[in-house]
Write a protein that binds this ligand. Structure first.
Ligand code: ATP
Length: 467
């Protein structure tokens, strides 16, 4: 991707402003947040499952939603159809903010938006016939006469590739693929415009997956449906989706047209995710990017960029730009371990261990430093910081050590500012990441490296150099 393809920040609130585009937009999501309230163990800290996402879904398109397990895909899908309540932000369907609907209005609106689940059995009651299962939403909404309902259901069974006679059979008499077809038929009963497909083929045999995908594509064409397609399998996403949103820790890291995003990813997280796909051509040379550490807990997301604790392209302070990459990884691991210790100390188990006078789970600070750095050639200036932070950890605790390591090795990516654009930031507020438009199609990516007012190298260039 060329630098001049990158425009100054596209505002997060209006990614696709402009009236002609607005006509094509069915769903407008703005700064949407869905938090799950915490329990006593974590002092009421909520899980920030979706933490401020902004995007549009165009009428008739399939928008893919990908990302590691636990990044908030299902929660986002469920919130879009109001199976979860939003904590903040807006979801506008054809102009109406559905987060404000309740009672009869919400019931009426629900007809427009449905969900297909990974496990069809979750919506199939084994004691009901297929006819009763598919008909149930019509009964709930008191749709026309019973006779017309039966007729409609039989037609739907036809539409999804089942037979009318199946009306009187029970779910256990069907295969996994057929049960998913039943689930899809039930979803279609109230003629929705928008469907969230949450891993609709992941639980099916590979041989059946393609059939169900083809069915979903046919239905989309026949009924003019709009899909949000949640999936782990990136090859399926590439096949079926017009655009893709890549999620990490409750945030959208990159969103744009599928082929473009797959062939020329902009965001370091997209690079990492795609590099994990096995290469069909074994002679093709593609370096796999190994991500260190685990995603942070959505209860305690990091300051700055959500991906900053693991990002292989993270901006380094200029004085450490040339530090050996392996040593840099060890420094990252140290910070991760200290963070974990701090978080773990909040757990009941560790409090009990403390009360019983037992060692915390991660061993001593000396042990950790020794294990991480003994085999490395550590330059004197870095060693000085390590000694200082080991003392801090012993005397004042992990947070003090972490803060010091952050001040020394952190950058704008971790919220340390101000950046070199000279604008002063509020000293108490970490620098928030911003979206940049990274291609003429309007693809957006959340990464400080795209900031045209700084001279940071683009993620792909840095990843090439570091990996
Ligand atoms: N009902 C709930 N109460 C509390 N936390 C929840 C609840 N549902 C999900 N979470 C948490 O919210 C975060 C996002 O979960 P979610 O299921 O949306 O992710 P996902 O990307 O769909 O994961 P997967 O691919 O495994 O289905 C996770 O940390 C999860 O543990």
């Amino acid at each position: 991707m060329s630098q001049n393809a990158i425009e100054a920040n596209a505002t997060e609130t209006e990614p696709q402003a402009g009236s002609s585009q607005d006509k094509d937009v069915m769903v407008k999501v703005r700064d949407l947040r869905t938090y799950y309230e915490g329990n006593g163990l974590f002092g009421g800290t909520p899980v920030k499952a979706v933490d401020g996402v902004t995007f549009d879904i165009k009428r008739g398109e399939t928008l893919g939603l990908v990302g590691e397990s636990g990044c908030g895909k299902s929660t986002l899908g469920r919130t879009l159809i109001q199976l979860e309540s939003a904590t903040g932000g807006e979801i506008r369907f054809d102009g109406t903010d559905i987060t404000t609907l309740s009672g009869a209005e919400l019931k009426k609106w629900r007809r427009n938006a449905q969900m297909v689940f990974q496990d069809p059995d979750s919506s199939l009651n084994d004691r009901m016939t297929i006819g009763e299962i598919v008909r149930e939403p019509l009964d709930v909404h008191d749709w026309k006469t019973p006779r017309e309902r039966r007729q409609h259901v039989k037609e739907l069974l036809d539409t999804v590739g089942l037979q009318r006679e199946h009306y009187y059979r029970y779910p256990h008499q069907f295969s996994g693929g057929q049960r998913q077809r039943i689930g899809i038929a039930r979803t279609l009963t109230l003629e929705p415009e928008f469907i969230v497909l949450d891993e609709p083929v992941s639980a099916l045999d590979v041989s059946v997956q393609a059939e169900v995908i083809n069915l979903l594509e046919d239905l989309q064409e026949e009924f003019g449906l709009t899909y949000l397609f949640i999936a782990h399998d990136l090859s399926v996403v590439r096949h079926i989706c017009d655009r893709v949103a890549v999620m990490y820790l409750g945030n959208i890291m990159e969103i744009g047209p599928t082929e473009e995003l797959f062939t020329d990813p902009a965001n370091p997280y997209t690079h990492s995710l795609l590099s994990a796909i096995p290469e069909p051509d074994p002679s093709a040379h593609k370096d796999r990017i190994t991500l260190h550490g685990t995603p942070p807990s959505p209860r305690f997301p990091p300051d700055g960029c959500p991906f900053s604790t693991r990002c292989p392209a993270r901006i380094r302070p200029p004085e450490y730009e040339d530090l050996d990459n392996d040593l840099w990884v060890q420094l990252d691991t140290l910070r991760e371990v200290l963070r974990e210790r701090d978080r773990a100390e909040k757990s009941v188990t560790d409090r009990i261990r403390e009360l019983l006078g037992k060692e915390p789970r991660f061993g001593t600070i000396e042990g950790i430093y020794g294990e991480l750095f003994d085999k490395h050639d550590v330059p004197a200036d870095v060693q000085e910081i390590l000694d200082e932070t080991a003392d801090l950890a012993r005397e004042e605790g992990e947070i003090a050590a972490l803060d010091r390591l952050g001040e020394e090795f952190g950058s704008v990516c971790e919220g340390y500012g101000p950046e070199s654009d000279g604008e002063s930031e509020d000293a108490d507020e970490p620098v928030a990441p911003e979206y940049y438009t990274v291609s003429p199609s309007g693809r957006r990516s959340l990464c400080h490296r795209h900031n045209p007012s700084t001279n940071h190298a683009e993620p792909d260039q840095v990843l090439d150099e570091r990996h």
